[in-house]
Design a binder for this molecule. Structure first.
Ligand code: PBG
Length: 329
């Protein structure tokens, strides 16, 4: 017989395609990153991230209610800190009434069941724009961990469900877990950015928070001494295994599309939920191409998201979440 099998039978109409589809997306898969800024009545578009906004707390409240009503049940919070509150040690990060702490409470008051995850790293608070404390041109590992632990406790006390350390210091998950335990914060989760690469795709995010590394002879010009080298694959497994041993509940790979081999490796290597962060540059790239009429925005968006899930992600942090959910069949 020729052909041996007629594989096109299973592709012949939308109903059968839907029935045999191996991977599907649903609203619960998404983590929605949100940028929070000081002030009132502020909803300012980020120039390098069209249709994405920095929100003051009043708009944050509206936004999370809207997300919740769409079935989106988890947010990842980032704050834009005024320059005058930045220093080398991230002191403002520990302010009980700081912007992050108020943002967490705002979300929880508006939507008590919305999962709130918070970014833990010094960069939005750092006068050098680095994720850790700088001394003699280096990023100090252990001194940074002590601040990250305090920051995590502060976020948890404000009501965060998960803290998400994105700094790539060694040993920080253990120090954070111990600090949470010391405060009897036994139900706070840790989602570690376990395999976070030193990527050019973070540019628009750094515009959003004005958090890019500052040119200075006293600090490294980039994050390559702590974020991973894009050429490395085995190292991602080592990072993930260590973070899990130290107490991470969820691990993350970041960025998304260029790193789907890593996602597959980790999905096979470890047994905790795996998140993928489709980052700001990935968002900007599609928006720009679609604006020029070179790509079909919605088709490419959904294809990217399904590919991330097919590669092995259980959770997708994506700036497209709100646009994608209404299109899911
Ligand atoms: C902060 C942090 C960054 C991102 C998430 N957390 C930027 C960086 O490491 O420089 C990037 C997210 C994105 O590009 O969407 N440590």
């Amino acid at each position: 017989m020729y052909p041996l099998r007629r594989n096109r039978i299973l592709r012949s109409n939308p109903s059968i395609r839907k029935m045999v589809r191996e991977t599907t997306l649903q609203a619960e898969d998404f983590l929605v990153p949100l940028f929070v800024t000081e002030g009132n009545g502020i909803r300012e578009e980020i120039p390098s991230m069209p249709s994405y906004y920095r929100l003051s707390l009043d708009h944050l409240e509206k936004e999370v209610k809207e997300l919740w009503n769409m079935g989106l049940c988890s947010v990842l919070l980032f704050v834009k800190i005024p320059d005058n509150l930045k220093d080398n040690t991230g002191a403002e990060a520990l302010n009980t009434h700081g912007l992050m702490q108020r943002a967490i409470k705002t979300v929880k008051n508006a939507c008590p069941d919305m999962l709130v995850m918070t970014d833990v790293a010094l960069d939005p608070y750092s006068s050098f724009g680095h994720d850790g404390i700088v001394a003699n041109g280096q990023i100090l590992n252990d001194a940074t961990n002590a601040v990250l632990a305090e920051m995590s406790v502060s976020h948890a006390l404000a009501g965060a469900d998960f803290v998400a350390p994105s700094d790539m210091m060694d040993g920080r998950i253990k120090i954070i877990r111990e600090a949470l335990e010391d405060e009897e914060l036994t139900s706070t989760g840790i989602m570690s950015y376990a395999a976070k690469y030193a990527s050019g795709f973070y540019g628009p995010f750094r515009d959003a928070l004005e958090s890019a590394p500052v040119a200075s002879k006293n600090a490294p010009k980039d994050k390559q001494t702590y974020q991973m080298d894009p050429g490395n694959r085995l190292e991602a497994i080592k990072e993930a295994e260590m973070d899990i041993d130290e107490g991470a509940d969820i691990i993350m790979v970041k960025p998304g599309l260029c790193y789907l081999d890593i996602v597959r490796d980790l999905r096979e290597a470890v047994d905790v939920p795996l998140a993928v962060y489709q980052v700001s540059g990935e968002y900007a790239m599609l928006k720009a191409a679609a604006e020029k009429g070179w790509l079909d925005h919605d088709a490419v968006m959904l294809e990217q998201l399904i590919s991330i899930k097919r590669a092995g992600a259980n959770i997708i942090a994506s700036y497209f979440a709100k646009e994608a959910v209404p299109l899911l069949g």
